[in-house]
Design a protein around this ligand. Structure first.
Ligand code: FES
Ligand code: MG
Length: 588
């Protein structure tokens, strides 16, 4: 199909005013056999942001999938140009993968702005690879589509499902209790990862891919297809075809990433039992898209939404069954019937979300429940504040009845807990001292960790789901309440108060809590406070805030000096003012 739109790539490849530069721009692409005629044919150049590599194994399937994306791009009349995204691997990147989300974001913005790219396929998977790329697409604002890599196949061991992350947290407790040895521990980890793909639980990876789809950024049904399934390659092909049409029609992220879309993302995140990490990533994507999300939106739109998906860590099953049960469209169909979505909004399909969802009812009601027979009520994040922080969240739906009962007996009310604080400065301090008998840690305690936020760590670390001392675990106390200015893995079922913001390292209230303080958590009023007098607080403030380790690399220093707090999405603050940068062409 011919059309009259002039693409930004033509400013490089077909520019009579800069014929000298055009010659330069064209010649080196011939290195791999592409011809000047192709590049000057007026066809859109489609970038493929390649997130897979040997050190990004969760996304490695994209090295294969890109071939099918290219087929789709060619068939629809585009020209593909694949390039690498800065790798992010959640489990392996030290000091934490969180520090790389803003780096990958910034790198992708520069590529999309500075090279002849007209539209882009974002290849997503492992946790932060998804928000990083959507944030960049929002900043640049060229036609963009998400292709998820998909989860691994379900893991099995000894006749039981073993899900990524979740199996590790469980095994860690069994190891501490002396029930299994190191060898068995490693075996469980291996069994939970049986194939290519990202985490097969509803951890942060599956959550963020589901959210990309809920926002309207991927083709319908894309996110849940397991990486090795044949539909994954087919989805890659269709995504390649679709992005060319989007380029021709100039369908940009700014027409898709609306406030309505983000509110629906909050609703969907609750219904799937999504990762607590979704909070900062949703806020970050919204801010880069110029959409205002309020802290109250989490309670107003999300908290009351019931849990509809029976997937670990909130439920029983794993990703293969989620896909077979209908995936994200089946969850959204359920929400749509109840009028819980703002679905008359644009999506990358060229149709509205409501149109995309037609006929998507699930036929597996054990996996995706009807709205009025949910697995749990009130599955959305609960927002807390008090003198320890201005904002923190808790995934109250993972609090076990046993855990509630333990605190109910003591506090006299199911929703008010008072605990004795045991405070750790970072994870080394925690590991060194957690089994120290002189701390007298018992079931009346709350474990507090600080120095784990964006500035303190640096990059917010997944350390808040701290395990009780071995002695308690042996007595059957598998969870204590925890609180911190870091994050926790989306695959954890710990009832933690996390993402506390502002963090201790910038003078948040956590900096002034001391071991032995009483902390009162009131889930009726949403408050969390250390019970100390104003005088004591003033005296502690005079002592200053706990020290944090020095930066070890240039990026750590840049990251620390540019990052905002978790309630604001931990964005690179100076970046959020840039929007639609593709239209502001770089000079020759
Ligand atoms: Fe990469 Fe879970 S560690 S997806
Ligand atoms: Mg994680």
């Amino acid at each position: 199909m011919t059309q009259n739109r002039r693409y930004r790539s033509q400013d490089w490849f077909d520019n009579p005013d800069h014929i000298d530069m055009t010659a330069l721009y064209l010649e080196r692409f011939m290195n791999y056999g592409i011809t000047p005629e192709e590049l000057r044919s007026g066809r859109p150049i489609i970038g493929i942001a390649q997130s897979g590599s040997d050190i990004s194994p969760c996304n490695r399937i994209h090295l294969e999938l890109a071939k099918r994306v290219r087929d789709g791009i060619r068939d629809a009349g585009g020209i593909a140009m694949e390039f690498p995204l800065h790798p992010i691997f959640e489990n392996c990147r030290r000091p934490t993968a969180a520090i790389d989300r803003n780096l990958a974001y910034m790198g992708l913005v520069e590529i999309l702005h500075g090279y002849p790219i007209d539209a882009v396929v974002l290849t997503t998977g492992c946790d932060k690879t998804t928000p990083a790329q959507i944030m960049a697409a929002a900043t640049v604002d060229i036609p963009s589509i998400v292709l998820s890599g998909g989860p691994m196949l379900d893991g099995w061991l000894d006749g039981e499902l073993v899900g990524s992350g979740s199996a590790i947290w469980k095994a860690r407790r069994r190891l501490a209790a002396g029930e299994i040895d190191n060898e068995k521990f490693l075996q469980i980890g291996a069994a939970s990862a049986p194939s290519a793909g990202h985490c097969n639980t509803m951890g942060t990876a599956s959550t963020m891919n589901a959210i990309a789809e809920a926002l309207g950024m991927s083709l319908t049904g894309c996110s849940a297809i397991p990486a090795p399934y044949r539909e994954r390659g087919q989805m890659a092909y269709e995504t390649g075809r679709r992005i060319v049409e989007m380029a021709k029609q100039d369908i940009r992220p700014s027409s898709i990433l609306s406030r309505e879309a983000f509110l629906d993302a909050i609703v969907v995140n609750a219904a799937i039992g999504g990762s607590t990490n979704a909070q900062q990533h949703i806020v970050a994507m919204a801010r880069h898209a110029g959409v205002e999300l309020r802290e109250s939106d989490w309670m107003e739109y999300g908290h009351d939404v019931p849990l509809l998906l029976n997937m670990q860590p909130s439920g029983k099953y794993l990703g293969e069954r989620f896909h077979r049960a209908g995936g994200v469209p089946a969850i959204m169909w359920e929400l749509e019937q109840q009028g819980k979505l703002r679905s008359k909004r644009a999506t990358v399909t060229g149709k509205t979300m409501a149109e995309n969802l037609q006929g998507r009812e699930s036929n597996d009601r054990e996996m995706i429940t009807p709205y009025d027979q949910p697995l749990k009520t009130k599955a959305g994040f609960f927002v807390l504040k008090g003198n320890l922080f201005d904002f923190a969240i808790m995934k109250t739906c993972v609090i076990s009845p046993d855990f509630r009962a333990r605190y109910l007996e003591r506090a006299g009310s199911e929703n008010v807990f008072e605990c004795r604080a045991v405070v750790f400065d970072g994870s080394t301090d925690y590991h060194n001292r957690i089994n120290d008998p002189s701390l007298n840690i018992d079931e009346n305690c709350i474990l507090v960790i600080r120095g784990a936020g964006p500035v303190g760590w640096p990059g917010s670390a997944e350390v808040v789901n701290m395990q009780p001392p071995d002695a308690l675990i042996k007595r059957g106390i598998l969870n204590l309440p925890t609180l911190g200015d870091g994050r926790q893995s989306g695959t954890s079922d710990s009832p933690s108060i996390l993402n506390a913001s502002p963090e201790s390292a910038v003078g948040g209230g956590l900096a002034y809590v001391r071991t032995g303080d009483t902390i009162r958590i009131d889930l009726n009023t949403g408050s969390c406070d250390m019970l100390i007098t104003e005088e004591v607080l003033a005296a502690r403030k005079a002592e200053g805030i706990p020290a944090v380790p020095a930066s070890q690399t240039p990026w750590q220093e840049i990251y620390r000096s540019t990052v905002g707090q978790m309630h604001d999405g931990a964005c690179m603050e100076l970046a959020v003012k840039y929007r639609g940068v593709a239209d502001n062409m770089p000079r020759h």
